[in-house]
Design a protein around this ligand. Structure first.
Ligand SMILES: *Cc1c(COP(=O)(O)O)cnc(C)c1O
Length: 437
């Protein structure tokens, strides 16, 4: 064993990893060869691998990290809660940490007189919203409102309900026989999407339980974006025709688009909202379905009656996650995070424009706040530019992960001006290496 390559800690850990861990959205036969980063620790906005190499986390650890890694105040909140209790059940009982979190979130979410049904993942928050919307009508004796309208390009998570309202693709088409049918309006790549959605809502209102959208940005499809006015028109159509509106803010929530929620910019007040990802600053698995007073009240009735929502996850309202989420919400104000998002977003937009100006390999750049998709323009289909550009960036110490040929930039919300410059210059170098100058 004299070859240092064979004895590097990376190779040992990658082999141990592949022997027992199954990674999501990852072809495991190629996992080790694709040079995965095996993280040992982190500091601020950098991840540190088992060999001590540092990577600027330019995808917010798949869109969850908001303030950085090892934020002293969040670490402290977790430690203090550990001295009280880590978890106790929400089913029929309560927990102080969860109550205080819900009280703090209530005036900040764009939902009227909200109640919070907690879960652990975004997909579960969507699943809960779909079931609540369905039962909302049946609790009122209306059994014909059984369908959903969702958008082309939509992504709402990976459970069967959430892939049903999702648009497919992402390697999930073989599950089509398991999907329930959904009315489908176009996605944000079609400039007429809102006109068509509004017309479909008018035509199908009598059979619609709810409309499901990702306000402002459809993330997973490759950062398709729309304008606040179009979202507002669809929300208005829902109101006019008495169809519930579910806003999936799992990705857009907690500052990514420059406001605390994208719904704030669109000036909409959804009946149900799904939050997740950034809720705990990216620390712990917590999500929630937020219901308006009107929705919530349709579930009130005699004890043990069928008016009850018979749904609840084991780790719903986890106290440790709640304590971190509460401190996270306070830090958003204390650190003036939204102001930084807006400044860095403007800087990033300008820097990307300059970088793209003399590179024909770049097609569209789509951005809302600090959610960005750089769509490459490969001359042939099977060049895997997205994958190769991100690998070249990782070799230069900037962690990126593509969606097909869209390079996603999702900097941590506290990112500095220097880090934005570094991300764009590394991306430029990576593009030149893969696509030629
Ligand atoms: C990530 C995401 C989800 C799913 O959240 P998970 O926590 O991964 O289950 C749902 N909706 C949107 C818009 C997302 O981006």
């Amino acid at each position: 064993m004299t070859d240092p390559q064979l004895t590097s800690r990376h190779d040992l850990w990658a082999a141990r990893d592949a022997a027992v861990v199954w990674h999501g959205f990852t072809q495991m036969s190629a996992y080790v060869d694709n040079a995965p980063i095996i993280v040992e620790s982190a500091e601020g906005r950098e991840l540190i691998d088992v060999d001590g190499r540092r990577y600027l986390d330019a995808i917010s650890s798949l869109w969850v990290t908001t303030l950085g890694h090892r934020v002293p105040e969040l670490d402290q909140a977790a430690r203090e809660q550990l001295d009280r209790v880590a978890h106790s059940t929400m089913l029929g009982n309560g927990n102080m940490a969860t109550i205080v979190l819900a009280e703090a979130l209530a005036p900040r979410v764009p939902v009227s007189e909200p109640h919070f049904l907690f879960a652990s993942d975004g997909a579960a928050a969507v699943e809960q919203a779909l079931k609540i919307a369905f039962q909302f009508w049946t609790n009122q004796g209306i059994t014909t409102r059984t369908r959903y309208l969702a958008l082309g390009g939509a992504y709402h998570g990976d459970t069967i309900g959430s892939i049903s309202v999702g648009a497919g693709g992402f390697g999930t088409d073989m599950f089509d026989p398991l999907r329930f049918p959904v009315l489908r309006a176009p996605g944000y790549d079609d400039p007429g999407w809102a006109d068509i959605a509004v017309a479909m809502i008018a035509t199908h209102a009598h059979e619609l339980a709810a409309v499901v959208i990702e306000p402002l940005v459809q993330g997973a499809v490759g950062m398709w974006v729309t304008n606040p006015e179009s979202v507002a028109r669809v929300a208005e159509a829902c109101r006019e025709h008495d169809v519930l509106l579910i806003a999936d803010e799992v990705a857009t929530g907690f500052g990514r688009t420059g406001t605390l929620f994208a719904s704030d910019q669109c000036r909409i007040r959804p009946d149900l909202m799904c939050i997740g990802k950034g809720l705990t600053g990216g620390y712990l698995a917590m999500a929630a379905t937020v219901a308006s007073r009107r929705v919530y009240q349709a579930f009130l009735g005699p004890d043990l009656s069928e008016m009850t929502l018979y749904h609840g996850h084991s780790f719903s309202g986890n106290a440790l996650a709640a304590a971190v989420a509460l401190r996270h919400l306070q830090l958003f104000d204390e650190l003036e995070v939204l102001a930084n998002v807006r400044d860095r977003a403007a800087q990033l937009s300008q820097a990307l424009g300059t970088m793209a100006a003399n590179r024909g390999s770049i097609g569209h750049i789509r951005q809302r706040g600090l959610m960005v998709g750089v769509e490459m323009n490969p001359p042939a289909d099977d060049l895997r530019w997205g994958r190769k550009i991100c690998a070249a960036s990782v070799r230069r110490g900037v962690l990126l992960r593509p969606l097909g040929d869209v390079v996603v930039l999702m900097p941590i919300l506290t990112t500095t001006a220097e880090e934005i410059e570094r991300i764009v210059s590394v991306l430029g170098e990576a593009i030149d290496e893969v696509c030629g100058p």
